[in-house]
Design a protein around this ligand. Structure first.
Ligand SMILES: Cc1cc2nc3c(=O)[nH]c(=O)nc-3n(C[C@H](O)[C@H](O)[C@H](O)COP(=O)(O)OP(=O)(O)OC[C@H]3O[C@@H](n4cnc5c(N)ncnc54)[C@H](O)[C@@H]3O)c2cc1C
Length: 400
Protein backbone atom coordinates (compact mmCIF):
# COMPACT_ATOMS: atom_id res chain seq x y z
CA UNK A 1 0.00 0.00 0.00
CA UNK A 2 1.30 3.40 -0.88
CA UNK A 3 -0.58 6.56 -0.19
CA UNK A 4 1.92 8.91 -1.75
CA UNK A 5 0.54 11.87 -3.63
CA UNK A 6 1.98 14.09 -6.31
CA UNK A 7 2.92 16.68 -3.74
CA UNK A 8 4.51 14.23 -1.32
CA UNK A 9 8.03 15.23 -2.31
CA UNK A 10 7.96 18.40 -0.24
CA UNK A 11 7.12 18.41 3.43
CA UNK A 12 7.50 20.44 6.59
CA UNK A 13 8.20 17.30 8.60
CA UNK A 14 9.66 14.13 7.14
CA UNK A 15 9.33 11.16 9.50
CA UNK A 16 11.30 7.96 8.94
CA UNK A 17 9.54 4.84 10.25
CA UNK A 18 5.82 4.12 10.65
CA UNK A 19 5.77 2.09 13.85
CA UNK A 20 3.96 3.51 16.86
CA UNK A 21 6.74 6.12 17.32
CA UNK A 22 6.59 7.55 13.79
CA UNK A 23 2.79 7.37 13.75
CA UNK A 24 2.52 9.24 17.08
CA UNK A 25 5.05 11.84 15.92
CA UNK A 26 3.06 12.37 12.71
CA UNK A 27 -0.20 12.65 14.61
CA UNK A 28 1.08 15.41 16.89
CA UNK A 29 2.99 17.23 14.13
CA UNK A 30 0.18 17.21 11.55
CA UNK A 31 -1.58 20.29 13.03
CA UNK A 32 1.67 22.26 12.56
CA UNK A 33 2.52 21.53 8.93
CA UNK A 34 2.65 18.98 6.18
CA UNK A 35 3.85 15.57 7.38
CA UNK A 36 5.27 12.87 5.12
CA UNK A 37 5.88 9.53 6.82
CA UNK A 38 8.28 7.21 4.98
CA UNK A 39 8.11 3.48 5.71
CA UNK A 40 10.45 0.87 4.25
CA UNK A 41 7.96 -2.00 4.47
CA UNK A 42 4.79 -2.53 2.46
CA UNK A 43 2.57 -1.69 5.42
CA UNK A 44 3.04 0.22 8.69
CA UNK A 45 3.75 -1.51 11.99
CA UNK A 46 5.31 -4.75 10.70
CA UNK A 47 8.26 -4.67 13.07
CA UNK A 48 8.31 -4.11 16.85
CA UNK A 49 4.94 -2.36 16.96
CA UNK A 50 3.07 -5.35 15.53
CA UNK A 51 4.80 -7.82 17.86
CA UNK A 52 4.37 -6.47 21.38
CA UNK A 53 2.71 -7.97 24.44
CA UNK A 54 0.32 -4.99 24.47
CA UNK A 55 0.70 -4.11 28.14
CA UNK A 56 0.43 -0.65 29.67
CA UNK A 57 2.25 -0.60 32.99
CA UNK A 58 3.35 2.31 35.12
CA UNK A 59 5.42 -0.18 37.16
CA UNK A 60 7.92 -0.91 34.33
CA UNK A 61 11.23 0.76 33.65
CA UNK A 62 13.18 3.52 35.33
CA UNK A 63 11.69 6.69 36.82
CA UNK A 64 11.79 8.57 33.50
CA UNK A 65 10.02 5.78 31.64
CA UNK A 66 7.40 5.52 34.36
CA UNK A 67 6.74 9.24 34.26
CA UNK A 68 6.45 9.14 30.46
CA UNK A 69 4.03 6.22 30.73
CA UNK A 70 1.89 7.99 33.33
CA UNK A 71 1.80 11.06 31.10
CA UNK A 72 0.39 8.86 28.31
CA UNK A 73 -2.44 7.42 30.39
CA UNK A 74 -4.95 10.24 30.01
CA UNK A 75 -4.65 10.17 26.20
CA UNK A 76 -5.19 6.42 26.09
CA UNK A 77 -8.09 6.60 28.56
CA UNK A 78 -9.87 9.45 26.78
CA UNK A 79 -8.46 9.94 23.28
CA UNK A 80 -9.71 12.87 21.19
CA UNK A 81 -12.97 12.47 19.28
CA UNK A 82 -12.57 10.41 16.14
CA UNK A 83 -9.35 8.73 17.27
CA UNK A 84 -10.95 5.33 17.82
CA UNK A 85 -14.28 3.64 18.42
CA UNK A 86 -12.96 1.06 20.90
CA UNK A 87 -11.44 1.38 24.39
CA UNK A 88 -7.66 1.60 24.15
CA UNK A 89 -6.99 0.48 27.73
CA UNK A 90 -8.68 -2.45 29.47
CA UNK A 91 -7.82 -3.29 33.09
CA UNK A 92 -5.67 -6.40 33.36
CA UNK A 93 -3.50 -6.26 36.51
CA UNK A 94 -0.19 -8.06 36.96
CA UNK A 95 0.52 -10.70 39.59
CA UNK A 96 4.26 -10.98 40.33
CA UNK A 97 5.22 -14.06 42.34
CA UNK A 98 7.97 -14.39 44.90
CA UNK A 99 9.55 -17.65 43.80
CA UNK A 100 12.24 -19.39 45.91
CA UNK A 101 15.32 -17.23 46.49
CA UNK A 102 13.80 -13.99 45.20
CA UNK A 103 13.02 -12.16 48.46
CA UNK A 104 15.41 -9.25 47.61
CA UNK A 105 13.72 -8.75 44.21
CA UNK A 106 10.32 -8.90 45.92
CA UNK A 107 11.30 -6.14 48.34
CA UNK A 108 12.76 -4.04 45.51
CA UNK A 109 9.62 -4.43 43.39
CA UNK A 110 7.41 -3.61 46.36
CA UNK A 111 9.41 -0.45 47.12
CA UNK A 112 9.44 0.65 43.46
CA UNK A 113 5.73 -0.08 43.05
CA UNK A 114 4.75 1.83 46.19
CA UNK A 115 5.13 5.13 44.35
CA UNK A 116 3.11 4.12 41.26
CA UNK A 117 -0.15 6.04 40.68
CA UNK A 118 -1.96 2.87 41.74
CA UNK A 119 0.50 1.38 44.24
CA UNK A 120 1.30 -2.34 44.30
CA UNK A 121 -0.53 -4.48 46.83
CA UNK A 122 1.07 -7.41 48.64
CA UNK A 123 -1.08 -10.57 48.51
CA UNK A 124 -0.77 -13.78 50.43
CA UNK A 125 -0.87 -17.11 48.66
CA UNK A 126 -4.60 -17.66 49.16
CA UNK A 127 -5.56 -14.35 47.59
CA UNK A 128 -3.16 -14.92 44.70
CA UNK A 129 -4.79 -18.31 44.09
CA UNK A 130 -8.19 -16.65 43.95
CA UNK A 131 -6.93 -14.45 41.12
CA UNK A 132 -5.31 -17.35 39.26
CA UNK A 133 -6.49 -20.76 40.52
CA UNK A 134 -3.96 -22.81 38.52
CA UNK A 135 -0.99 -21.44 40.45
CA UNK A 136 1.05 -24.13 42.18
CA UNK A 137 0.82 -23.25 45.90
CA UNK A 138 4.28 -24.62 46.69
CA UNK A 139 5.96 -22.61 43.92
CA UNK A 140 5.76 -19.20 45.54
CA UNK A 141 5.55 -17.45 48.88
CA UNK A 142 4.07 -14.00 48.55
CA UNK A 143 2.81 -12.12 45.52
CA UNK A 144 2.63 -8.49 44.43
CA UNK A 145 -0.44 -7.28 42.59
CA UNK A 146 -0.10 -4.31 40.23
CA UNK A 147 -3.67 -3.09 39.89
CA UNK A 148 -3.09 -0.29 37.35
CA UNK A 149 -1.68 -2.45 34.56
CA UNK A 150 -3.88 -2.60 31.47
CA UNK A 151 -4.09 -4.29 28.09
CA UNK A 152 -3.59 -1.81 25.24
CA UNK A 153 -5.36 -2.20 21.92
CA UNK A 154 -2.15 -1.60 19.95
CA UNK A 155 -3.69 -1.79 16.49
CA UNK A 156 -6.45 0.69 17.38
CA UNK A 157 -3.90 3.11 18.85
CA UNK A 158 -1.54 2.79 15.88
CA UNK A 159 -4.34 3.19 13.34
CA UNK A 160 -5.74 6.13 15.32
CA UNK A 161 -2.42 7.96 15.06
CA UNK A 162 -2.12 7.23 11.33
CA UNK A 163 -5.71 8.27 10.66
CA UNK A 164 -5.18 11.55 12.51
CA UNK A 165 -1.99 12.21 10.57
CA UNK A 166 -3.83 11.74 7.28
CA UNK A 167 -6.84 13.77 8.43
CA UNK A 168 -4.40 16.60 9.14
CA UNK A 169 -3.21 16.53 5.51
CA UNK A 170 -0.22 14.21 5.96
CA UNK A 171 0.82 11.25 3.80
CA UNK A 172 2.08 7.78 4.60
CA UNK A 173 4.37 6.39 1.91
CA UNK A 174 5.08 2.67 2.20
CA UNK A 175 7.72 0.66 0.33
CA UNK A 176 9.91 3.74 0.79
CA UNK A 177 13.17 2.79 2.48
CA UNK A 178 15.31 5.86 3.09
CA UNK A 179 18.73 5.28 1.54
CA UNK A 180 20.39 8.68 1.81
CA UNK A 181 19.97 11.92 3.76
CA UNK A 182 21.82 15.09 2.83
CA UNK A 183 21.73 18.34 4.74
CA UNK A 184 21.61 21.36 2.42
CA UNK A 185 21.22 25.08 2.96
CA UNK A 186 17.43 24.86 2.60
CA UNK A 187 16.96 21.69 4.67
CA UNK A 188 17.13 17.94 4.20
CA UNK A 189 17.13 16.05 0.93
CA UNK A 190 16.06 12.46 1.60
CA UNK A 191 16.24 9.71 -1.02
CA UNK A 192 14.33 6.47 -1.42
CA UNK A 193 14.68 4.16 -4.43
CA UNK A 194 11.70 5.84 -6.11
CA UNK A 195 12.13 9.55 -5.40
CA UNK A 196 13.57 12.42 -3.37
CA UNK A 197 11.88 14.34 -0.58
CA UNK A 198 12.81 17.67 0.93
CA UNK A 199 11.96 19.08 4.34
CA UNK A 200 13.52 21.38 6.93
CA UNK A 201 12.90 18.78 9.65
CA UNK A 202 13.60 15.04 9.73
CA UNK A 203 12.35 12.81 12.56
CA UNK A 204 14.24 9.58 13.05
CA UNK A 205 11.66 7.04 14.24
CA UNK A 206 13.29 4.06 12.59
CA UNK A 207 13.17 1.70 15.60
CA UNK A 208 15.97 -0.88 15.45
CA UNK A 209 17.40 0.96 12.42
CA UNK A 210 17.53 4.40 14.07
CA UNK A 211 21.31 4.39 14.49
CA UNK A 212 21.69 3.33 10.83
CA UNK A 213 19.51 6.28 9.79
CA UNK A 214 21.63 8.60 11.96
CA UNK A 215 24.78 7.37 10.22
CA UNK A 216 23.18 8.02 6.81
CA UNK A 217 22.62 11.61 7.94
CA UNK A 218 26.14 12.01 9.31
CA UNK A 219 24.77 12.21 12.85
CA UNK A 220 26.46 10.52 15.82
CA UNK A 221 24.55 7.30 16.66
CA UNK A 222 22.90 7.02 20.09
CA UNK A 223 24.45 3.62 20.84
CA UNK A 224 21.13 1.82 20.46
CA UNK A 225 21.12 -1.96 20.82
CA UNK A 226 18.23 -4.03 19.42
CA UNK A 227 17.45 -7.07 21.58
CA UNK A 228 15.25 -9.96 20.57
CA UNK A 229 12.24 -10.87 22.68
CA UNK A 230 10.18 -13.98 22.01
CA UNK A 231 6.46 -14.49 22.49
CA UNK A 232 4.16 -17.45 21.90
CA UNK A 233 0.44 -17.98 22.07
CA UNK A 234 -0.47 -21.21 23.90
CA UNK A 235 -3.88 -22.82 23.63
CA UNK A 236 -5.63 -23.69 26.87
CA UNK A 237 -6.19 -27.44 27.37
CA UNK A 238 -9.96 -27.90 27.40
CA UNK A 239 -11.90 -30.06 29.85
CA UNK A 240 -9.24 -30.75 32.42
CA UNK A 241 -5.75 -29.79 33.38
CA UNK A 242 -3.09 -30.01 35.98
CA UNK A 243 -1.07 -32.49 37.92
CA UNK A 244 -3.03 -32.73 41.14
CA UNK A 245 -1.59 -29.75 43.00
CA UNK A 246 -3.74 -26.71 43.71
CA UNK A 247 -6.93 -26.81 41.68
CA UNK A 248 -5.46 -29.44 39.30
CA UNK A 249 -7.97 -31.71 37.67
CA UNK A 250 -10.76 -29.14 37.57
CA UNK A 251 -12.15 -28.45 34.14
CA UNK A 252 -10.94 -25.16 32.70
CA UNK A 253 -12.58 -23.12 30.01
CA UNK A 254 -10.88 -20.46 27.91
CA UNK A 255 -13.33 -17.98 29.43
CA UNK A 256 -11.85 -18.67 32.87
CA UNK A 257 -8.41 -17.65 31.65
CA UNK A 258 -9.43 -14.36 30.08
CA UNK A 259 -10.05 -12.77 33.49
CA UNK A 260 -6.68 -13.70 34.97
CA UNK A 261 -4.06 -11.02 35.56
CA UNK A 262 -0.76 -11.26 33.74
CA UNK A 263 1.34 -13.77 35.73
CA UNK A 264 5.06 -13.13 36.16
CA UNK A 265 7.76 -13.59 38.78
CA UNK A 266 9.55 -10.81 40.64
CA UNK A 267 12.86 -12.02 39.16
CA UNK A 268 11.35 -11.29 35.73
CA UNK A 269 12.14 -14.63 34.09
CA UNK A 270 8.80 -15.14 32.29
CA UNK A 271 5.33 -13.73 31.82
CA UNK A 272 1.99 -15.22 30.82
CA UNK A 273 -0.85 -12.96 29.77
CA UNK A 274 -4.39 -13.90 28.71
CA UNK A 275 -4.72 -13.24 24.99
CA UNK A 276 -7.20 -14.35 22.31
CA UNK A 277 -8.63 -17.13 24.51
CA UNK A 278 -5.15 -18.51 25.27
CA UNK A 279 -2.02 -17.40 27.08
CA UNK A 280 0.68 -15.19 25.59
CA UNK A 281 3.96 -16.47 27.03
CA UNK A 282 7.45 -14.96 26.99
CA UNK A 283 10.74 -16.12 28.53
CA UNK A 284 11.69 -12.42 28.80
CA UNK A 285 14.71 -13.07 26.59
CA UNK A 286 16.90 -10.10 25.80
CA UNK A 287 19.35 -11.29 23.17
CA UNK A 288 21.30 -8.66 21.20
CA UNK A 289 20.42 -8.99 17.50
CA UNK A 290 21.04 -6.97 14.34
CA UNK A 291 18.17 -4.81 13.01
CA UNK A 292 15.92 -7.04 10.90
CA UNK A 293 12.96 -9.36 10.85
CA UNK A 294 13.41 -11.12 14.20
CA UNK A 295 12.41 -14.78 14.31
CA UNK A 296 11.50 -16.90 17.35
CA UNK A 297 13.87 -19.60 18.55
CA UNK A 298 12.19 -22.92 19.52
CA UNK A 299 14.34 -23.11 22.64
CA UNK A 300 13.11 -19.70 23.85
CA UNK A 301 9.49 -20.79 23.31
CA UNK A 302 10.13 -24.02 25.26
CA UNK A 303 11.80 -22.02 28.04
CA UNK A 304 8.73 -19.77 28.35
CA UNK A 305 6.44 -22.82 28.69
CA UNK A 306 8.76 -24.51 31.17
CA UNK A 307 9.04 -21.41 33.39
CA UNK A 308 5.28 -20.93 33.42
CA UNK A 309 4.68 -24.58 34.23
CA UNK A 310 7.05 -24.31 37.20
CA UNK A 311 4.53 -22.01 38.90
CA UNK A 312 1.27 -23.37 37.44
CA UNK A 313 -0.43 -26.73 37.24
CA UNK A 314 -1.65 -26.04 33.72
CA UNK A 315 0.05 -28.17 31.05
CA UNK A 316 0.48 -26.20 27.84
CA UNK A 317 0.96 -28.60 24.95
CA UNK A 318 -0.21 -26.55 21.97
CA UNK A 319 1.53 -23.42 20.74
CA UNK A 320 -0.65 -21.90 18.04
CA UNK A 321 1.72 -19.10 17.07
CA UNK A 322 5.20 -17.92 18.06
CA UNK A 323 6.97 -14.72 17.10
CA UNK A 324 9.83 -12.46 18.10
CA UNK A 325 10.47 -8.75 17.90
CA UNK A 326 13.22 -6.29 18.71
CA UNK A 327 13.26 -4.03 21.74
CA UNK A 328 15.80 -1.35 20.93
CA UNK A 329 17.27 0.73 23.72
CA UNK A 330 20.06 3.14 24.64
CA UNK A 331 22.54 1.90 27.27
CA UNK A 332 20.58 3.66 30.05
CA UNK A 333 17.29 2.09 28.86
CA UNK A 334 15.73 5.55 28.51
CA UNK A 335 14.11 6.72 25.26
CA UNK A 336 15.98 9.16 23.01
CA UNK A 337 13.66 12.07 22.20
CA UNK A 338 14.56 15.51 20.91
CA UNK A 339 16.78 17.46 18.54
CA UNK A 340 20.27 16.37 17.59
CA UNK A 341 22.53 18.93 19.28
CA UNK A 342 25.04 19.13 16.45
CA UNK A 343 22.89 18.86 13.31
CA UNK A 344 20.00 21.25 12.95
CA UNK A 345 16.67 19.87 11.79
CA UNK A 346 17.44 16.26 12.80
CA UNK A 347 15.25 14.93 15.64
CA UNK A 348 15.14 11.57 17.41
CA UNK A 349 12.16 9.54 18.58
CA UNK A 350 13.84 6.20 19.17
CA UNK A 351 15.28 3.84 21.76
CA UNK A 352 11.81 3.08 23.13
CA UNK A 353 12.91 -0.33 24.39
CA UNK A 354 10.07 -2.32 25.90
CA UNK A 355 7.93 0.76 26.46
CA UNK A 356 7.17 2.17 23.02
CA UNK A 357 3.48 1.35 22.97
CA UNK A 358 2.65 2.51 26.46
CA UNK A 359 4.57 5.78 26.14
CA UNK A 360 3.63 6.69 22.54
CA UNK A 361 1.12 9.52 23.15
CA UNK A 362 3.46 11.28 25.59
CA UNK A 363 6.56 10.63 23.48
CA UNK A 364 4.84 11.91 20.32
CA UNK A 365 3.48 15.01 22.06
CA UNK A 366 6.88 15.84 23.55
CA UNK A 367 8.66 15.33 20.22
CA UNK A 368 6.16 17.63 18.48
CA UNK A 369 6.62 20.33 21.14
CA UNK A 370 10.41 20.17 20.78
CA UNK A 371 10.23 20.29 16.96
CA UNK A 372 7.81 23.22 16.83
CA UNK A 373 9.25 25.17 19.76
CA UNK A 374 5.95 25.10 21.64
CA UNK A 375 6.12 24.51 25.40
CA UNK A 376 5.52 20.85 26.26
CA UNK A 377 2.87 19.95 28.83
CA UNK A 378 4.38 20.45 32.31
CA UNK A 379 4.50 16.70 33.11
CA UNK A 380 6.71 16.27 30.03
CA UNK A 381 8.80 19.43 30.37
CA UNK A 382 10.63 18.03 33.37
CA UNK A 383 11.65 14.92 31.40
CA UNK A 384 13.35 16.78 28.55
CA UNK A 385 16.87 16.59 29.93
CA UNK A 386 16.54 12.89 30.79
CA UNK A 387 15.42 12.09 27.25
CA UNK A 388 17.62 14.41 25.21
CA UNK A 389 19.93 12.83 22.60
CA UNK A 390 22.57 15.16 24.07
CA UNK A 391 22.73 13.33 27.39
CA UNK A 392 25.40 10.99 28.66
CA UNK A 393 23.66 7.73 27.82
CA UNK A 394 25.58 5.91 30.57
CA UNK A 395 26.60 2.31 30.58
CA UNK A 396 24.22 0.74 33.02
CA UNK A 397 21.11 -0.87 31.71
CA UNK A 398 18.30 -1.70 34.06
CA UNK A 399 16.60 -4.89 32.87
CA UNK A 400 12.91 -5.28 33.44
C1 LIG B 1 7.82 -9.33 22.34
C2 LIG B 1 7.70 -7.85 22.62
C3 LIG B 1 6.85 -7.42 23.63
C4 LIG B 1 6.69 -6.05 23.88
N1 LIG B 1 5.75 -5.68 24.79
C5 LIG B 1 5.52 -4.36 24.99
C6 LIG B 1 4.48 -3.96 25.88
O1 LIG B 1 3.79 -4.78 26.48
N2 LIG B 1 4.27 -2.61 26.05
C7 LIG B 1 5.02 -1.67 25.38
O2 LIG B 1 4.79 -0.48 25.57
N3 LIG B 1 5.99 -2.04 24.52
C8 LIG B 1 6.24 -3.36 24.31
N4 LIG B 1 7.23 -3.74 23.45
C9 LIG B 1 8.07 -2.70 22.83
C10 LIG B 1 7.37 -2.02 21.68
O3 LIG B 1 6.88 -2.97 20.78
C11 LIG B 1 8.40 -1.07 21.00
O4 LIG B 1 8.97 -0.20 21.95
C12 LIG B 1 7.73 -0.22 19.93
O5 LIG B 1 6.97 -1.00 19.05
C13 LIG B 1 8.80 0.55 19.15
O6 LIG B 1 8.16 1.27 18.12
P1 LIG B 1 8.98 1.98 16.99
O7 LIG B 1 8.01 2.71 16.16
O8 LIG B 1 10.13 2.69 17.61
O9 LIG B 1 9.66 0.78 16.16
P2 LIG B 1 9.05 -0.13 14.98
O10 LIG B 1 7.66 -0.53 15.26
O11 LIG B 1 10.03 -1.23 14.75
O12 LIG B 1 9.01 0.84 13.75
C14 LIG B 1 10.18 1.29 13.09
C15 LIG B 1 9.86 1.35 11.61
O13 LIG B 1 10.91 2.02 10.92
C16 LIG B 1 10.99 1.46 9.63
N5 LIG B 1 12.30 1.79 9.06
C17 LIG B 1 13.53 1.42 9.51
N6 LIG B 1 14.49 1.92 8.72
C18 LIG B 1 13.87 2.64 7.75
C19 LIG B 1 14.35 3.40 6.63
N7 LIG B 1 15.65 3.49 6.36
N8 LIG B 1 13.43 3.99 5.84
C20 LIG B 1 12.09 3.89 6.10
N9 LIG B 1 11.61 3.16 7.14
C21 LIG B 1 12.48 2.56 7.97
C22 LIG B 1 10.82 -0.04 9.90
O14 LIG B 1 10.45 -0.76 8.74
C23 LIG B 1 9.74 -0.03 10.98
O15 LIG B 1 8.44 -0.18 10.44
C24 LIG B 1 7.43 -5.09 23.15
C25 LIG B 1 8.30 -5.52 22.15
C26 LIG B 1 8.43 -6.87 21.89
C27 LIG B 1 9.35 -7.31 20.78
Amino acid sequence: MSTSSASAGTADFLIIGSGIAGAAAGYFLAPHGRVVLLEAERSPGLHSTGRSAALFSEYFGNATVRALTSAARSFYEAPPDGFTTVPLLTPRGVLALETPGTAPQFEAARAAGATAPQPVVELDRERALELCPVLRPTAFGRALYKPGACDIDVDAAHQGFLRGLRAGGGSVVTGARVRALRRQADGWRVSTAAREYTAPVVVNAAGAWADDVARLAGVRPAGLVPRRRTAALARIPVGGHGDGEGSGGAALRAADVSGWPMITDVADTFYAKPESGGLLLSPVDDTPAPPGDARPDDLDVATAVERFERVATLRLRHISHAWAGLRTAAPDDTPVIGPCPSTSGFHWLAGLGGYGIQTAPAAGALLAALVTGNPPPSALAELVTDLTPDRDHGSEREKR
